[in-house]
Design a protein around this ligand. Sequence first.
Ligand SMILES: [Zn+2]
Length: 285
Amino acid sequence: MKRFLTALALSVGFAGASLAAEDDMKPVMTELKDGGYQFHMAHYSSLVVITDEGVLVVDPNHEFRAEAMRAEIARLTDQPVVKVLYSHPHFDHSRGGQIFKDEGAKFITHAGCTELLARDLEKRVVQPDVTYEGDEYRIELGGKVVEMRYYGANDGQCNSAIYMPEDKVLMAVDWHLQGFVNMPGRLNTHDYVGSLNTLRRVTAELDFDTVISGHMPSSSPEQLAEDLAFNKALFKAVWDGMQAGKSVEELKETVKLPAFSHWFMYEQNLPAHVERMAYSIWHGQ
Ligand SMILES: [Zn+2]
């Protein structure tokens, strides 16, 4: 596991050899915009918005990160955490929010996540106080605007893109991982056509100059664009092959995306992505 984490740290963003996994274990709070911060620790990122009316956090990302994040917030403000947003229900992102619940935070997510969040057998997920239905939920806090936007299934069935329209900040969790051809086991809930659709829509419809990835130490509009290009190229190669009557097994052996051969784990993991894309096209999810 440590080897994988080291490799991930070296591969996604800040690719310099100086970045070791040990460094990524350190909590890093980076100010993106006035009052808007990225908290990153051990391969997970949260959005933190600090206002005079309280603090908003997106994704606790496990107890140890939530505690480290709370300490970093306390260095910046005396305000309580009043809102916690879940980008999506996967427990590695949603567990650990009790520390914020204890100080009175309200938890918010898409209505489609409710049942999935309730499945945590270890009971480490604070259940939502507020859910939204439809495509958009707007939060105003202390002069800041944070929107949750639902574009349909992508990585999971109820993932919200987090968008600060006035600050031009976009947070993309699990449907944006530029530079890394992800491990096959992590594709189980990855709706590839849906993820491509989400990447297309945020690019076409939202105005942003700052991007947070749920797992990369840093991202950017350019890196999101490269991710979109990978998703488009994979879709086209698989679609064209299927239209030509090729089997999934043939496509796994023949599809190559040389423009992305420098992405980490390209050789090892691309066939699994070809397969997942093929079934996503075939099944519609
Ligand atoms: Zn994730």
